[in-house]
Ligand binder design. Structure first.
Ligand code: GLU
Length: 306
């Protein structure tokens, strides 16, 4: 692959402002792409209005900008992409890979979270029902044995990863009964639409990757390279997240935030870099960026101040 054809992205959900954990993902992806002269895109994953915080998209973009993480082209908003998700669903329907499901959340919880495919052959109507992806049977020509096989890929940081979709995930939802599209479907459709070749994101999404790869295969899409970063963990052992009320990045601390993120990612920046403006810090980061230095571990303690 030529350097210029490398395309990466940062794809935040507008559920709150950026915190240290999300800055790390944005920075790592940015440096990795910029080092090779590729394009770095930003996509706002605003397909779940009930979870959104008003004004968060604008705040996130402003925070990226303030950290010097300038993206290429226009920001893509998933809320404007709904017809494409419908098209993808239609394509899967043609292949008989989706079905309507009437099971509610308590029932799935009683099953331990892995759906037992009860509605798979009931031929239910669309109205008020969710749409599930049938992971048990690939296309008609593939044997059941193959369908139950482990889906594996090599993560650039975590190494070999495998999952049996049928046993560990089960048939999963692509469109909720309230009509909202699932993250898994939208992310796959848009990564293909934007020509993303390299995905770098937190390890909390590692176990979503086989689902996404399988969807890519069924939709005839290309498969990007994946690199999952350790997530920053708070003293309670939880991932820093908007749900856990991780502190929003404080305006005015951008250079310090970037430097701290480089240290956290074990890129070993020289101490003197801490006093430099953001452009110098990013230039150093681009020049010295090394995936090999990032520990292949799922989580690491966040710096105390965050
Ligand atoms: N929108 C997702 C999030 O904010 C990230 C999606 C992705 O990088 O694939 O957690």
């Amino acid at each position: 692959m030529s350097a210029l054809s490398r395309i990466g992205r940062f794809a935040p959900s507008p559920t709150g402002p950026l915190h240290f954990g999300s800055l790390v993902s944005a920075l790592a992806s940015y440096l990795d792409i910029r080092q090779r002269g590729g394009r770095w895109l930003v996509r706002i994953e605003d397909i779940d209005p009930p979870r959104e915080i008003s004004g968060a998209s604008a705040t996130i973009l402003q925070q990226l900008d303030a950290h010097g993480l300038h993206w290429d082209g226009n920001v893509l908003y998933q809320s404007e992409r709904l017809p494409s998700y419908l098209e993808a669903l239609d394509q899967l329907k043609q292949k008989d890979l989706i079905y309507y499901c009437q099971c509610n959340r308590p029932r799935i919880q009683r099953l331990g979270g892995i759906y037992d495919s009860q509605c798979r052959y009931l031929q239910l109507a669309a109205k008020d029902n969710a749409i599930r992806f049938n992971v048990g049977d690939r296309v008609a020509s593939q044997s059941k044995r193959e369908a139950a096989a482990y889906l594996s890929f090599t993560d650039q940081i975590m190494g070999h990863y495998q999952q049996c979709l049928r046993a560990e995930v089960g048939d999963f939802v692509l469109r909720r009964r309230d009509g909202l599209f699932s993250y898994q479907l939208a992310v796959v459709v848009d990564d293909q639409y934007q020509g993303i070749t390299h995905i770098m994101r937190g390890s909390d999404l590692l176990d979503s990757t086989p689902r996404q790869i399988y969807l890519q295969q069924c939709l005839g899409y290309s498969q990007p390279e994946y690199a999952h970063l350790p997530v920053a963990i708070n003293p309670d052992g939880q991932k820093l997240s908007k749900q856990n009320h991780a502190a929003a990045l404080v305006p005015g601390n951008e250079a310090h935030n970037l430097f701290t993120a480089l240290v956290w990612l074990q890129q070993k920046p020289p101490a003197a870099l801490a006093k430099q403006p953001i452009t110098e810090i990013l230039d150093w980061g681009i020049k010295h960026w090394s995936l090999a230095k990032i520990p292949g571990t799922l989580g690491m303690a966040a710096p105390q101040e965050f």
